[in-house]
Design a protein around this ligand. Structure first.
Ligand code: PLP
Length: 272
């Protein structure tokens, strides 16, 4: 196992497939490739979807999820893991326990948890009864990246409507076991789309990552893209705050350049 550390570091994405290739595993692999980082994958579920709607969701059996995970870690130097869609309660239980165990033996691996609870086209990707077990995985992650409505749903309260509210919710998520939180303010009221970062590590000051709001029609997969860009930057040697800042700039550029082409009739994908 030790010799794996001498190999090129890679990202592992644990996520679902989007047949329209705007979100999920396709977004993660495209993002890492665009940033020059190799990305391995553990597929948890398959969705039939395009830019307008999701028509089917099939979770993969936990056995094959586990086999993919073991195959990757047996032979790759996994330096960062991005966890997206999980697919089922069984997958969640397995992954929370396996990642906890993996992190114990590989404390340097950086885990970004960006589990989508609901697709922006209005399809539930996560059942409410799985929220309690999700907290187990939240405690294992180095960073969680909820948007405003996900933070609200995790805490069982209203979505934050202001920067002050986001600070309070981030603190609450930390109190409940998260090690670092990036609350994404893309849906904040006003002209700003700032994200707030808070870490349990007292050496890292809380910070705001400001950016203007883009009226971007083609924004499908922004959450996956940001989280996998953060994982890729960590592999490239950035600190967490640097990785977030650079990934936000990258996402802003992608959003800008993705408005010029239309791939589907709905919210189109980001073009790397
Ligand atoms: N489909 C899959 C497989 C995903 O992983 C995600 C987000 O992570 C989505 C759909 C939702 O993406 P969005 O809300 O950007 O449309």
């Amino acid at each position: 196992m030790d010799s794996l550390k001498n190999l090129q570091p890679v990202v592992m994405t644990i996520a679902g497939s989007d047949s329209g290739a705007g979100a999920g595993i396709q977004a993660d692999i495209k993002t890492c490739a665009a940033l020059g980082v190799y990305c391995t994958s553990v597929l948890t579920a398959i969705t039939a979807q395009n830019t307008r709607r999701i028509t089917a969701l099939e979770s993969l059996p936990t056995k094959i999820v586990a086999q993919q995970f073991e195959a990757v870690i047996e032979d790759f130097n996994v330096a960062a893991i991005k966890v997206g869609m999980i697919g089922s309660a069984e997958n969640l239980h397995y992954l929370a326990a396996r990642l906890l165990d993996y992190k114990r033996t590989n404390p340097r691996v950086y885990i970004v948890l960006d589990t989508p609870l609901r697709a922006s086209v209005g399809f539930s990707l996560f059942d409410d009864e799985n929220l309690a077990p999700l907290w187990k995985m939240i405690g294992v992650a180095d960073l969680i990246t909820p948007n405003l409505s996900e933070a609200g749903r995790l805490l069982g309260c209203q979505d934050a409507r202001s920067n002050a509210n986001m600070e309070l919710q981030a603190l609450e998520l930390i109190k409940r076991g998260a090690r670092a939180v990036l609350i994404k303010g893309g849906h904040l009221i006003g002209a700003e789309a700032s994200d707030y970062y808070l870490s349990v590590d007292a050496a890292i000051k809380p910070m705001w990552f400001s950016s203007g709001k883009l009226a971007a029609k083609n924004n499908h997969g922004t959450g996956c893209t940001l989280a996998s860009a953060i994982a890729a930057h960590i592999v490239l040697g950035y600190s967490a705050p640097e990785a977030i800042a650079s990934s936000k700039r990258y996402l802003y550029l992608l959003l800008q350049q993705s408005q010029h082409r239309q791939y589907g009739l709905g919210a189109g994908p980001l073009e790397c």
